[in-house]
Write a protein that binds this ligand. Structure first.
Ligand SMILES: O=c1[nH]cnc2c1ncn2[C@@H]1O[C@H](CO)[C@@H](O)[C@H]1O
Ligand SMILES: [Zn+2]
Length: 420
């Protein structure tokens, strides 16, 4: 049991009692209700639900800063893909641990990932104590032999993740995008998603170039094309980016209950564009937030996405009322939980105990009122305590699950292999 005593939670001072991996009670907890509970003094702290990052390529922490100021296709073809050819389970393991440390330190408790070498990723996630949905990133480049290999791999990894029997680590399918995956592969992904009851995580409509490629090949916009062969039917889908969309595509997204992972910083940095978030919100489409990988962000601090998503659309629409503070905060919490189908993203009785505490004694959090506003517009993301699945992962700024110094040392060593 863990008791967070007297924290500022859901608008007032209350206790939070955690039993097992769930929130047992919120309110006043009496002495008789706790046996041997570990007590965290929350007096000067606020408690928020752990943030949920819905689009990452977590081992890409090791690609931070290696290829800046480039457009997507050049970035992928000339820099990222050649370096990724050198990856192995060990490199990916250390890169993932580095990413987990960064996410925990900035208040993220769950991430939705798409990458390769999932055994290394899963091992690191398990050790770090984080919660993650892991998809094997499939790319067949319209080649039949590659397609068969990718499908085999995807199935192998779903079975592998399931065999871990760890409720914090869930499998998904990650076809990279309609410009790198054949129709046959995408159709197979839809059937596998139904067969294994796992979600699909895919890049959609990130750049004008890629949309042009899809249109030249198929005569249709990407969402229209995928919808034409039932890709969205009977499955839960999280689409990353969704920057350039036609009205017809938005209609499909609404009809098919698509979950959008909005990645404003990656989209700005790669000069991909700005997603029409207010328009999607008006249609009632579920908007969540993602950082994307550290090759295009270049960090995993989701508080930056919260702030950028709250201010960017005001500026673009010349309207300060689109994406209000709480709306942006919900993108990173409640909405993310909905997209990933986990009982988290809110501090509520019966919900998963994924809780972040922030010490209010920080210059940028004074005066101590209007906390929601501070979290969105003033905070820099350095949190103090992190509880995931009922376990204390960070306490007073110290990570308890991994040896940080060792990870930093290894990250440098792995980077040397990648750049050589
Ligand atoms: O923003 C992006 N758009 C397209 N591909 C990306 C982006 N960021 C990373 N990757 C690439 O996606 C694959 C994982 O399945 C990796 O090759 C990764 O480099
Ligand atoms: Zn991506």
């Amino acid at each position: 049991m863990i008791l967070i005593k007297d924290a500022f939670v859901n608008g007032k001072r209350q206790d939070i009692l955690i039993e097992g991996n769930k929130i047992k009670k919120i309110g006043e907890v009496k002495k008789e209700e706790i046996e041997n509970a570990e007590i965290i003094d929350g007096k000067n702290k606020i408690a928020i639900p752990g943030l949920i990052n819905t689009h990452t390529h977590i081992p890409m922490t090791l690609f931070r800063g290696v290829a800046d100021d480039l457009p997507l296709m050049e970035w992928l073809n000339n820099y990222i893909w050649p370096m990724e050819a050198k990856l192995n389970e060990e490199i990916v393991y250390w890169g993932t641990l580095l990413g987990c440390i960064e996410m925990v330190r900035s208040g993220t408790t769950t991430f939705n990932d798409m990458y390769f070498f999932l055994e290394g990723i899963a091992k690191a996630v398990d050790e770090s104590g984080m919660r993650a949905v892991l998809a094997y990133g499939m790319i067949d480049l319209f080649d039949e032999e590659k397609r068969e290999k990718e499908i085999k791999n995807a199935e192998k990894y779903i079975n592998y993740i399931n065999s871990l029997n760890n409720s914090r680590i869930m499998p998904a399918l990650g076809p990279h995008a309609p410009y790198t995956c054949s129709k046959e592969l995408l159709m197979e992904v839809n059937s596998l998603a139904k067969k294994y009851n796992v979600p699909i995580h895919i890049h959609m409509n990130e750049t004008l170039d890629e949309i042009k490629m899809v249109k030249e090949k198929t005569g249709m916009e990407p969402f229209v094309y995928l919808n034409s062969f039932g890709f969205f039917d009977g499955v839960r889908v999280i689409t990353a980016h969704c920057v350039h969309l036609t009205d017809e595509e938005i209609k499909i997204m609404k009809e098919k209950n698509i979950n959008v992972s909005h990645n404003p910083i990656s989209n700005l940095k790669l000069a991909s564009g700005i997603a029409p978030i207010p328009k999607l919100l008006n249609e009632g489409i579920n908007i969540t937030l993602g950082t994307d990988g550290c090759g295009s962000n270049n960090n995993l601090n989701l508080f930056e996405e919260i702030k950028v998503s709250a201010i960017l659309h005001k500026g673009v629409n010349l309207n300060p009322t689109v994406v209000k503070a709480e709306t942006a905060f919900n993108f990173a919490t409640k909405n993310g939980a909905k997209a990933l189908n986990i009982k988290a993203g809110e501090i509520k009785e019966g919900y998963l105990a994924d809780i972040v505490l922030i010490n209010l004694d920080k210059p940028y959090l004074y005066p101590k009122e209007n906390i929601m506003s501070h979290l969105v517009y003033a905070f820099n993301g350095f949190v103090d305590d992190v509880i995931i699945d009922g376990n204390i992962v960070m306490r007073d700024g110290k990570i308890l699950t991994v040896d940080e110094e060792k990870v930093y040392e290894k990250a440098e060593e792995m980077y040397e292999i990648l750049r050589s």
